[in-house]
Design a protein around this ligand. Structure first.
Ligand SMILES: [Zn+2]
Length: 164
C-alpha cells in the first residue's frame, strides 16, 4: 500500500471543484458540507454532512468526491456521512453567500443557532436590488431548502435559501 503523497490542503483545494448538485455555482466546501479531510495509511477519508438528511443529492456528492480524488491518483477514497452535529446554513462561507446572491438566490441570514430570531426577522433581502421591501409568497420553493419571496421594488419573485 502506498501512503498518498498529496497533502490535506491539496485535497481541500480539489474538493473546491465539486459543486453543490442543487446550486452549481458553489462548491461543497463553500457550503460547509465537507467537514473533515484526513490522510489514512493507504488513502483518503472525507467526512461530510449533507445539507438535508435524505437529500437525493447525497449520493451524487459522494460519487463526485470519490471521482475528484481518484483524479489525483488516489484510489482508496472513503466518504463518511456525519449527521451530528447537523448541518446549519451558518456554515456557508461569506464568499459562497455572495455567489448565491449573484445566482439570484438570497443567502440565508446567519443566526448563530438562534433560529427563532430568524423566523421573526421575516424579511429577505432581494438579490437583485438589495431591497428589504419584500414579502414571502410561500414557504415551499422548488426544493425544501428554498422559500419564494416577492420584491415590491423589482416586482418580481426570487428565492431565498432557507436558514437552517
Ligand atoms: Zn428587488
Amino acid at each position: 500500500m502506498n501512503k498518498p503523497t498529496v497533502t490535506q490542503e491539496e485535497i481541500w483545494q480539489a474538493l473546491q471543484d465539486v459543486k453543490d448538485p442543487e446550486i452549481p455555482v458553489v462548491s461543497i466546501v463553500e457550503m460547509g458540507i465537507v467537514r473533515e479531510v484526513s490522510l489514512t495509511d493507504n488513502g483518503v477519508l472525507v467526512k461530510m454532512t449533507p445539507t438535508f438528511s435524505g437529500c437525493p443529492a447525497l449520493e451524487v456528492m459522494k460519487n463526485d468526491i470519490i471521482e475528484r480524488i481518484h483524479q489525483m491518483g488516489i484510489q482508496n477514497v472513503q466518504v463518511e456521512t456525519v449527521l451530528d452535529p447537523p448541518w446549519t446554513s451558518d456554515w456557508i462561507t461569506d464568499e459562497a453567500r455572495e455567489k448565491l446572491r449573484q445566482f439570484g438566490l438570497a443567502p440565508p441570514p446567519k443566526h448563530g443557532g438562534n433560529l427563532v430570531s430568524v423566523a421573526f426577522l421575516d424579511v429577505a433581502i432581494c438579490p437583485r436590488c438589495g431591497s428589504t421591501n419584500t414579502v414571502i409568497k410561500n414557504t415551499f420553493g422548488p426544493t425544501l431548502c428554498r422559500t419564494i419571496w416577492y420584491c415590491n421594488d423589482c416586482q418580481d419573485a426570487f428565492e431565498q435559501f432557507k436558514p437552517l
